[in-house]
Design a protein around this ligand. Structure first.
Ligand code: NAD
Ligand code: LMR
Length: 332
């Protein structure tokens, strides 16, 4: 019997990431090639005409998996019965702006949308926050939607994870699909810690540590880290707009692995509610290495953390604590 369609909400659907992600969802990139979908696209009134244009294109593309498309500026209609919510809507960072500059504009949006999701989404709705500051928007959403299980609210750091895989692949001139188990710890910001201490590359059928193959700790401990940390800003500088196709691809990767599971022996990075693992204070949405099975994520336990990593993991946690207070001061 054919699968029943799942309802997928994309907020900010008239924006750049929205335009890149909706065809991916309708082609099965997010939920698999056998899963029909009904798209719910939300944007704000000034973008209503553009949003309707995206709806027309989605109809014209005649995607076989797309069983319906709703384009609306009404948050209640948008959230009604959704199984997956990809929260992209918000005010993007422009060249020269720090992420903190966009904080006050975005946290109030997430507070308002939290209640609509809580009241109208499916009870087991999986939520992915993409809009920046992603971790803190997700935390605000969690705090103002107390009946949504905290395990169902996550933020996107998969883009940073994929960027780290990409940098290692370029450096070693190996296919990116042969690199795995990098980790992004912490905030989706320039304090994030891209960690390769447990990462491997498969060559001639054997997994070898990235540190052994790169054999240049100086590069791994400096330039590699800053390149990944600053990649979002580098793209804004080059494109005069923030990353979109890679962000859309990473959001699909995040939901696909969460729903369908991570491959055996592989972990990915997700911003999730801290349970105190690795000494990270509970009450933050922090990026950890996770594996997923049967629609649930679990933090990978027992990884050895050296002093260098500890300091970087704590620094990004400190920034998240500060962002949390700033977010609350913006809301008051
Ligand atoms: P964009 O400006 O092109 O699109 C944002 C859309 O959101 C616009 O159409 C806007 O009208 C809409 N919007 C604004 N307020 C809204 C609201 N209250 N409800 C619904 N929609 C609303 O921006 P973009 O390039 O698509 O980026 C979207 C967000 O994603 C930004 O915050 C950006 O910083 C962030 N981002 C995050 C990552 C990540 O890895 N986490 C990567 C790239 C971009
Ligand atoms: C990215 O990592 O590309 C974005 O989060 C950058 C930004 O601030 O929009």
């Amino acid at each position: 019997m054919a699968n029943a369609p799942l309802r997928v909400l994309v907020t900010g659907a008239a924006g750049q990431i929205g335009y890149a992600i909706v065809p991916m969802i309708a082609r099965g990139v997010m939920l698999g090639p056998d899963q029909p979908v009904i798209l719910h696209m939300l944007d704000i009134e000034p973008a209503a005409e553009a949003l309707n244009g995206v709806k027309m294109e989605m109809i014209d593309a005649a995607f076989p998996l797309l069983k319906g498309v709703i384009a609306t500026t009404d948050v209640v209609e948008a959230c009604m019965g959704v199984n997956v919510a990809v929260m992209v809507g918000g005010f993007p960072r422009k060249e020269g702006m720090e992420r903190k500059d966009v904080m006050s504009k975005n946290v109030s949006i997430y507070k308002a949308q939290a209640s609509a999701l809580e009241k109208h989404a499916a009870a087991d709705c999986k939520v992915l926050v993409v809009a920046n500051p992603a971790n803190t928007n997700a935390l605000i959403l969690k705090e103002f939607a107390p009946s949504i299980p905290e395990k169902n609210i996550t933020c996107l750091t998969r883009l940073d994870h994929n960027r780290a895989l990409g940098q290692i692949s370029e450096r070693l001139d190996v296919p990116v699909s042969d690199v795995k188990n990098v980790i992004i710890w912490g905030n989706h910001s320039s304090t994030q810690y891209p960690d390769v201490n447990h990462a491997t590359v498969t060559t001639s059928g054997r997994e070898k540590p990235v540190r052994e193959l790169v054999a240049d700790d100086q590069w791994l401990n400096t330039e590699f880290i800053t390149t990944v940390q600053q990649r979002g800003a580098a793209i804004i500088k080059a494109r005069k707009m923030s990353s979109a196709l890679s962000a859309a691809g990473a959001a699909c990767d995040h939901i696909r692995d969460w729903v369908l599971g991570t491959p055996k022996g592989t972990w990915v990075s997700m911003g999730v509610y801290s349970d105190g693992s690795y000494g990270i204070q509970p009450g933050l949405i922090y990026s950890f290495p996770v594996t997923c099975e049967k629609g649930n994520w679990s933090i990978v336990q027992g990884l050895k953390i050296d002093e260098f990593s500890r300091a970087k993991m704590d620094a990004t946690a400190k920034e998240l604590t500060e962002e949390k207070s700033l977010a609350y001061s913006c809301l008051n």
